[in-house]
Ligand binder design. Sequence first.
Ligand SMILES: [Mg+2]
Length: 233
Amino acid sequence: MIDTILLDADDTLWESQAHFDKAEAAMAELLSPWAEAPVVDERLLAIARQNIAVWGYGVKSFVLTSLETAADLIGGDVPAEVQATILDLGRTLMTHPVELLDGVYETVESLSSQHRLIIVTKGDNQHQRRKIAASGLEAIVNSYEIVIDKTVSAYHEVLTRHGLDAERTIMIGNSLASDVVPALDAGLHAAHIPHTSIWAHEDITTDDDRIVTLASIRDVPEHVASLQEGTPS
Ligand SMILES: [Mg+2]
């Protein structure tokens, strides 16, 4: 029996990575006088990885990483116009409209009649709150959690805070690294719904045979129903 469904947000409920892909392409263009695009991409990812422990995930962290990448590749003072463009990229990322992915609204609404629904997302707290409010889903879901990182212990904390039983809870999301593997390791059920684009930092491959992949969020009700009946899928 599944009574609670945890839903990832970025690239599971709404478009996110496509906006970061655009911002990264803009960074490559901006820094093209100093470095080739693949070098910019590589430095952005390497510096982002170093910065996660300090600045966490999300847009503000992306802006700081971009400023650091610019300083690194320019090798001296970053021109004021380059700094201004990076801040603008951050503003654009923070304020883009929330576009729900295909099938999300009707599926979430239909799941809400029989299940407790909790959005579990990571990233910038203010940005994630704004997106949840703008999504139109806040009135449908029961609650939301904005965690610092999606680790096994973060999933345990979510279970404890909401009084949930791991065996009756499923996590749904587009990232194997954040949504699926740690949730399974925490004893929850989990299902993977790949999205068209994923951040390189989250892009892992695994032959873990516990992983269930669904083509669309529209497949979640049937999958959850199969777990209710005790049918392995
Ligand atoms: Mg996601």
